[in-house]
Design a protein around this ligand. Structure first.
Ligand code: 5RP
Length: 232
């Protein structure tokens, strides 16, 4: 266990709906068994779950975590959860992750935190999946409340941006790091840039295919057709 010179919880500026996230975390952790290899998603709900796992690990639960972001790796490490990577394990027994939006067919919009490609890798590797998302994440159509984030190869940003602007979208914006943090674009956990696309009428499968097939789009935060159990 690493003795970090800072409180890893400060990596998240604030956690909304903390009480409901803690309730979700308790339910999730009760599912775990000794020996489980568990995929840990990113975001504040996942962080609260990781903290709860930390309590159980202290009480003797033996699990390993495949993480999807630096901050979750640091958090797991700081609370005594063994971190492994996808190269080390034959499979991920189950995974959990948050979501920004969940529609009535259980399609997901993710990626506010810029970890969506790593999250998809773990999602695809897991035998069973849990989505930890309280009811505030429910939407009629994907895109209603959040932009869909696209992970774009930095070398293709201009051409992807141009192509997106030819589609009938509400808005297209490169996600910038913001003053005081870093000049220029946000870099995802997988090393790409992000273009946020707003389309409040709802991302349908045809539009998602059109966007995903653009040369340079590496991944998206639109997770369509996955089977999972939801804890809310
Ligand atoms: C990060 C994600 C998160 O899972 C999503 O943004 C939900 O976060 P939170 O639990 O903080 O609402 O996709 O890339």
């Amino acid at each position: 266990m690493t003795n970090f010179p800072f409180d890893v919880k400060t990596l998240w500026s604030s956690v909304s709906n903390l009480e409901s996230k803690e309730k979700i975390a308790k339910q999730l952790v009760s599912i775990a068994n000794d020996g489980d290899v568990i995929g840990f998603g990113s975001g504040t709900t996942s962080m609260v779950c990781a903290l709860e796992f930390g309590h159980s690990v202290k009480d003797g639960l033996a699990i390993s975590a495949v993480v999807t972001s630096y901050e979750l790796a640091w958090l797991c490490d700081s609370v005594g959860i063994k971190v492994v990577n996808l190269n080390d394990v034959s499979n991920v027994d189950w995974c959990f992750d948050g979501a920004d939006e969940v529609d009535s067919s259980n399609n997901l919009l993710k990626g506010r935190g810029g970890a969506m490609h790593n999250e998809r890798l773990v999602f695809d590797s897991a035998i069973k999946r849990y989505i930890v998302a309280d009811n505030s994440k429910d939407v009629k159509v994907l895109g209603e409340k959040f932009p869909a984030p696209l992970e774009v190869n930095p070398k293709k940003m201009v051409s992807v941006y141009r192509e997106l602007n030819k589609m009938n979208l509400d808005s297209v914006a490169i996600r910038l790091a913001g003053s005081g943090s870093k000049d220029g674009p946000v870099i995802t956990e997988a090393g790409n840039c992000i273009i946020d696309v707003v389309y409040t009428a709802g991302f349908n499968n045809i539009l998602i295919d059109q966007i995903s097939l653009l040369d340079g789009v590496f991944d998206t935060g639109l997770f369509i057709g996955y089977e999972f159990e939801r804890i809310s």
